[in-house]
Design a protein around this ligand. Structure first.
Ligand SMILES: CCCCCC/C=C/C(=O)SCCNC(=O)CCNC(=O)[C@H](O)C(C)(C)COP(=O)(O)OP(=O)(O)OC[C@H]1O[C@@H](n2cnc3c(N)ncnc32)[C@H](O)[C@@H]1OP(=O)(O)O
Length: 394
């Protein structure tokens, strides 16, 4: 009954995408404007690079470019929301508004990063900025760059609050495997936009294969186990730069990172019981160890949302920074870490992690098996339906 309800709700929700009609020149019009200050040279270069792209990057990317440009030049969205029938302007407004209070300088940096990744994947005729070893890749849901000894994996679905869809799970695994072999010293995971991540994309539950919901749940558990396994086995220092609110699996995984730096805007929320689900990411083991069993229960069982300060006091977060200076302070620190001898760091991590590895893999397997059952429960299906039919939010 729950599945029939879900299918009906979804049929109601889907409508033809309005984004198909957004034309590339619309974005270019905005990008052609002169940047406001000479110190924005990278930004200006990036704007020029966009004009040199040989292929249309697609509507989703154009919306991202548009929103980052607006945020970088005008700050948070400050114009009235267009009417529901003004589809193009509404899509653009939504994309800009989704960036929330993202600082102008961060938006500028994200814009430059995005253009840099496009220049490579879409064969720009211009050269990548000389003097850096920045690399870009053709990921759909991530921006991956490598510079100053740091590989940065940025979750890049800001209009969906960086919810992890199936493609993103696969791309993160791919990016982690590549980072484990590249010549960077440390690896960083962060989010683009106002959220770090809103956790599992709840629309992952809607694409039911011929084998029905049982097959869906089984495939989900296999994917989740492999995904979390990549974090358990990651051989280099892995740092989370938590730029905004974090939900669900993006929180639980933090227990597997080597350091977690958070903006004071970040919050940490694991509402598994509300969603009819159970903990993953090895949090049923790491959280009680990190913060005491009772505090872990408040988060994982009762869904208590922590502020960044509270998460730091509980040991889940290593240090909290004011949002205004967050990016500058954290990246300065990370660049200093990345200058340390990489083999020493890798070996030191190995000796810490090896004590726990077997246990972590066993916990991961058990959590996935329990979740597989939870996904088939009425409690879980009803929670997903309620979110997708816009009856509930966290
Ligand atoms: C292989 C499977 C592995 C599964 C592992 C198990 C993992 C478990 C978890 O991670 S549990 C946590 C799941 N996450 C949630 O329940 C969050 C749901 N989202 C919300 O409650 C809200 O969106 C919010 C509080 C995060 C943000 O609210 P608000 O600021 O008002 O923004 P919007 O709701 O308007 O969001 C903008 C846009 O993004 C879409 N979206 C946000 N989060 C998700 C999500 N988790 N899944 C799917 N879609 C999401 C939202 O629908 C809006 O889309 P729209 O613009 O309407 O198209």
């Amino acid at each position: 009954v729950a599945m029939a309800h879900l299918a009906w709700r979804l049929a109601q929700r889907w409508c033809p995408s309005s984004l198909q009609v957004i034309s590339f020149p619309v974005v270019q019009l905005h990008l052609n404007r002169t940047a406001m200050r000479a110190s924005q040279k990278d930004f200006e270069n990036a704007m020029n690079q966009v004009k040199l792209l040989k292929k249309d990057p697609g509507n989703e990317v154009k919306l991202k470019l548009y929103s980052l440009y607006k945020q970088a030049t005008e700050g948070p969205c400050n114009v009235p929301k267009p009417g529901v029938f003004d589809l193009i302007n509404k899509a653009k407004w939504d994309a800009w508004n989704a960036l929330g209070s993202l600082p102008k300088e961060t938006a500028r940096q994200n814009y430059v990063d995005l253009v840099s990744s496009l220049s490579s994947s879409l064969e720009s005729s211009s050269q990548v900025e000389p003097g850096t070893d920045r690399k870009s890749t053709g990921y759909e849901t991530l921006m991956v760059t490598s510079e100053d000894g740091i590989t940065k994996i940025m979750l890049n679905r800001p209009t969906k609050k960086n919810a992890l869809n199936v493609e993103m799970y696969h791309e993160i695994m791919h990016a982690l495997k590549a980072a484990s072999k590249d010549d960077s010293a440390i690896t960083v995971l962060t989010g683009n936009g106002d959220y770090y991540s809103s956790g599992n994309d709840l629309t992952n539950f809607t694409d039911i294969p011929p084998g029905g919901v049982e097959e869906k749940a089984k495939n989900g558990a296999i994917l989740l186990r492999e995904f979390v396994g990549c974090f358990i086995d990651f051989p280099k220092p892995l740092i989370a730069v938590v730029n905004g609110p974090a939900v669900g699996i993006s929180v639980t995984l933090l227990g597997l990172f080597d350091a977690v730096y958070a903006s004071d805007r970040a919050t940490f929320h694991t509402p598994f019981s509300h969603l009819g689900q159970s903990p993953e990411g090895c949090s049923s083991y790491t959280f009680p160890k990190i913060m005491s069993p009772a505090k872990a229960t408040e988060m994982l069982v009762f869904g208590k949302k922590l502020t960044a300060g509270e998460a730091c006091a509980q040991g889940l977060v290593t240090e909290v920074f004011p949002d205004r200076t967050f990016q500058k302070e954290v990246w300065t620190r990370l660049k200093a870490f990345a200058k340390l001898p990489p083999n020493a760091m890798r070996i030191s991590k190995e000796i810490i992690r090896n004590r726990e590895k077997e246990k972590l893999h066993a916990v991961n397997a058990e959590e996935c098996s329990v979740l597989q059952g939870r996904w088939l429960s009425d409690e879980c299906m009803n929670a997903v339906v309620n979110f997708l039919s816009r009856k509930s939010k966290l």
